[in-house]
Design a binder for this molecule. Sequence first.
Ligand code: NAP
Length: 244
Amino acid sequence: MLDFTNKVVIVTGSARGIGRSLAEEFARCGAKIVITDLDQAMCEQVAREISPNAIGVKANVTAGADIDALMQATLDAFGRIDVVVNNAGITRDTLMIRMDEKDWDMVLDINLKGAFLVTKAAARIMMKQRSGRIVNISSIVGLSGNAGQANYSASKAGLIGLTKSSAKELCSRGITVNAVAPGFIETEMTHTLPEAVRKSFLERVLVSRPGTPKDVASAVLFLASDEAAYITGQVLAVDGGLTV
Ligand code: NAP
């Protein structure tokens, strides 16, 4: 089992779905966890449920002031920041010719600008520590594109550019930056997909089952661990062979 004893981990969008599963796995491996999402009461409740070494801090990833407050609350509670997972994300799917500008902006704001703001704020602290791990949750559609997801695919492709650029900028300070690109994972996000889309995805998964949030967590925890010190700027697909 990977050891995160005394490591301080922030997972954005961690009140539910993949983010919550990531937080649970980090806690199981000994980490001190910051649950952060849009609702303060929910963050605190999830923190209580997960670990005595967890705190809940509301932060909208698109709001610079929230991010600054999140970093300060983490430092006040735990004194340092070892790992940040940029997980918060949304979809607003429709064909591009029908896509409202506001749905383009909202998806890009949360999925891409949010990760930039969190990375920038955390990197300042990690640079002083001369160590850190940042893992961005992209998607296989950021590599391949997907009809009906022009905004989402663009945001996830942008995250890969952000991953590689920040890896180059931060490496000399002991900070690695990597991305995980999940395929079809069972969460509320995928429950809303039409049955035909779901079926077409699953037919192409080599391991013949949808992924679970825990499958994603295994990859993220590895990239966030001391054992992954020689890996940076990479994108790891967790898709059961969907993109092979
Ligand atoms: P989810 O169940 O919808 O959870 C997303 C989380 O992000 C929610 O807790 C949500 O909070 C939070 N969030 C939304 N907007 C936010 C904001 N502005 N600031 C802070 N938090 C915000 O989605 P998921 O399936 O777990 O997805 C997690 C990540 O994996 C996303 O980046 C997604 O794009 C990526 N991903 C998922 C799949 C998949 O198959 N599920 C595949 C590839 C990539 P609320 O509860 O308040 O809305």
